[in-house]
Design a binder for this molecule. Structure first.
Ligand SMILES: C=C(O[C@@H]1C=C(C(=O)O)C=C[C@H]1O)C(=O)O
Length: 93
C-alpha cells in the first residue's frame, strides 16, 4: 500500500468513527430524555464501571492498548453525561 492509499483508508475509518459517534450520541441523548422525564441522575457510575471493564477486554482481543480504549470511552461518556445535564435543564423550564 502506498502512502496515499493508506491515508485514504485512514480517512474512511475516521468517517466511520464520526458516523458511529453521532449514532451513539443520538441514543445516549434518548437515554438523557428518559432520565430527565423519570428524574434519574445523569451519571450512572455502576454502568460506566461495567463499560470500562467490557471495553478493556474487547481492546485486548483486538491488540489495542486497554488504557487507551478506556480513556477514549471516558471522553465519550463525559460528553454524554454533559448532554444529559443540558437535557435535564430543559425539563426544569
Ligand atoms: C447513557 C447512559 O448515561 C451515562 C452515559 C453513559 C454512556 O455514555 O455510555 C453511561 C452511563 C451514564 O453515566 C446510561 O446510563 O446508560
Amino acid at each position: 500500500m502506498n502512502l496515499e492509499s493508506m491515508r485514504h483508508s485512514i480517512d474512511n475509518i475516521d468517517n466511520a468513527l464520526v458516523a458511529m459517534l453521532a449514532e451513539r450520541f443520538k441514543i445516549t441523548d434518548a437515554v438523557g430524555h428518559y432520565k430527565a422525564k423519570n428524574r434519574l441522575p445523569a451519571k450512572d457510575e455502576a454502568r460506566e464501571a461495567q463499560q470500562y471493564e467490557r471495553i478493556a477486554e474487547l481492546a485486548e482481543q483486538y491488540a489495542l492498548d486497554p488504557n487507551f480504549a478506556k480513556q477514549f470511552l471516558e471522553v465519550i461518556m463525559k460528553q454524554s453525561v454533559e448532554n444529559h445535564l443540558k437535557i435535564a435543564e430543559q425539563y426544569k423550564k
